[in-house]
Write a protein that binds this ligand. Structure first.
Ligand code: FMN
Length: 140
């Protein structure tokens, strides 16, 4: 089995709890069934998501996500084969970034200095993975 991991950033067309909870509900249901795991961070209407799973299944779901009219300006930051899941604890973990998250204890402040600026993230895809991994470790 080939395990694929995709990271992208996008902007919600309507920023609000209702949209996010609808997306989350579908995501958790589908991802649990399809053995897709990952995490979604959001801040000021911008989204940073990582999804991982069996390559064929993941590509098909990603194609659906790309077509979703609830977000726009999707930029793929990375797509690579991984040997094991990095975000395997969640069918879809979700976190909103709060101001205090910009300086989490023990974390490098600089990691979050640009927030979810798409230009910064697309220039440094490794940064996006570090941000996601940090939240993955700190989440209960
Ligand atoms: C930012 C964002 C992230 C999403 N993430 C997922 C996801 O991880 N899993 C999922 O099944 N759908 C996700 N969706 C929803 C899909 O775009 C699509 O609506 C859904 O997969 C269709 O599910 P269905 O085939 O059960 O109708 C996401 C949508 C948006 C806008």
């Amino acid at each position: 089995m080939s395990l694929l991991q995709i990271i992208y950033t996008s902007t919600l067309v309507t920023d609000g709890a209702a949209v996010l909870s609808a997306i989350l509900e579908t995501s958790v249901r589908n991802n649990a069934r399809d053995d897709i795991t990952g995490m979604l961070l959001h801040s000021a209407g911008n989204v940073l998501q990582v999804i991982e799973g069996e390559a064929g299944v993941l590509q098909a779901r990603y194609a659906r996500i790309c077509e979703d009219p609830r977000h726009k300006g999707l930029i793929e930051l990375s797509q690579e084969t991984v040997s094991s899941r990095e975000f395997g604890r969640w069918s879809m973990g979700v976190r909103g970034l709060r101001p205090e998250d910009m300086s989490p204890p023990g974390a490098s402040h600089a990691l979050f200095r640009g927030g979810f600026d798409q230009h910064i993230l697309s220039a440094r895809p490794g940064l996006a993975r570090e941000m996601l991994a940090l939240f993955s470790r700190n989440m209960r």
